[in-house]
Design a protein around this ligand. Structure first.
Ligand SMILES: C[S@@+](CC[C@H](N)C(=O)[O-])C[C@H]1O[C@@H](n2cnc3c(N)ncnc32)[C@H](O)[C@@H]1O
Length: 196
């Protein structure tokens, strides 16, 4: 199955030279053993069909508001109202182990702490790499990362999905609203050099 799409999402910033992915790209250091452990679902799990890429429900937009903390960068916005608890899109990128970590990446999301596997979307990824942290933008995050499994023939494979938070309010995320998550205090502490 191809990992690279020739159809780019509208507003994909081509000047950044980031490869657009429609599937995860696994590092050669992800052994068959790690892959089996990663893709063994627990008894309670969420299985979804492979989502269509590019996604028709979100749009990458440049941040032009000078008071926005990610001014001059990009963010991800809802193209229509998104219901509470609903699936938005997958977080795609380069799946790697701790031996293979780019310490400078601001796009590296842990997939399995025990296995030491993360997804880095610094150089390749999908629209989800443009999701900003809520701090300085909204009072609370309206979305969150969750483990999810997708059908691959007779098997299932682990992914990280972005979901509308359950407690975001009855209306969910409104059309035009920025989709924001919490990166966690650890992300910001590392950036500022602070200790918890
Ligand atoms: C995963 S990227 C998010 C997308 C990024 N805005 C872009 O255009 O590529 C993470 C980076 O976005 C910026 N960012 C995200 N949320 C932020 C926030 N609440 N305040 C300041 N910077 C933020 C920081 O530069 C951070 O390192």
């Amino acid at each position: 199955m191809p990992t690279k799409s020739t159809i780019l999402p509208k507003s994909w910033p081509t000047d950044l030279a980031v490869t657009y992915l429609t599937q995860l790209k696994y590092s050669s250091k992800i052994t068959p053993g790690i892959l089996t452990a990663l893709n063994t679902p627990p008894p309670a799990n969420t299985i979804i069909n492979t989502p269509i890429s590019p996604s028709a429900i979100i749009r990458i937009r440049p941040i032009t508001l000078s008071t926005h903390p990610a001014y001059n960068q990009h963010g991800l916005f809802a193209l229509r109202a998104l219901q509470p608890d609903s699936f938005i899109l997958l977080y795609l990128g380069y799946v790697h182990t701790q031996d293979d970590t780019d310490e400078t990446s601001d796009y590296d999301l842990s997939m399995d702490r025990e296995l030491g596997v993360s997804i880095d979307a610094a150089k390749m990824g999908n629209e989800a790499r443009f999701i900003n942290d809520y701090r300085g933008i909204t009072a609370r995050p309206n979305a969150e990362f969750r483990d999810v499994w997708i059908r691959q023939g007779a098997r299932v494979e682990r992914r990280i999905g972005v979901y509308v938070k359950r407690d975001v309010g009855k209306k969910g995320i409104s059309k035009g609203e920025e989709i924001v998550v919490s990166y966690g205090k650890g992300f910001w502490n590392e950036r500022t050099g602070a200790t918890e």
